[in-house]
Write a new protein. Structure first.
Length: 123
């Protein structure tokens, strides 16, 4: 039987939720992480989860694509921003009991399993 693509909506309230979803061709849509009232730690945790779940494909719908690009560029280009993001990833790994995985090279930015879809195109 061929894998069927399935979709899920991740509301971000539980940053560990995607770790428990099946591995088979799951497409995930997240909330708009780039609304102005969403702050850095929430974004860092969401992107840490996405980086640590490379078996999922995350589709981000946003009305603020420039803020997305700025966020990705800052993490890719600033050691301080990258280290801040890595702290969020380490925290998530600790919650999962996988602290030993926090060492080593991190992912390449932008994350390959994250696709930006701006809201105007998605409608």
């Amino acid at each position: 039987m061929a894998d069927q693509k399935r979709s899920a909506i991740w509301d971000g309230k539980d940053v560990l939720e995607p770790f428990y979803w099946p591995h088979a061709s799951l497409e995930v849509a997240a909330w708009d992480l780039f609304e102005p009232e969403v702050r850095g730690k929430l974004r860092d945790e969401a992107f840490a989860t996405m980086a640590l779940c490379p078996h999922h494909r995350f589709q981000l719908s946003t009305a603020y694509p420039k803020l997305y690009r700025r966020f990705v560029d800052e993490i890719a280009g600033s050691r301080d921003e990258y280290l801040g993001w890595r702290m969020s990833a380490a925290t998530i790994l600790r919650k999962l009991g996988r602290e030993g995985e926090a060492a080593g090279d991190g992912p390449v930015w932008p994350l390959r399993n994250v696709e930006l879809v701006d809201e105007q195109r998605a409608r």
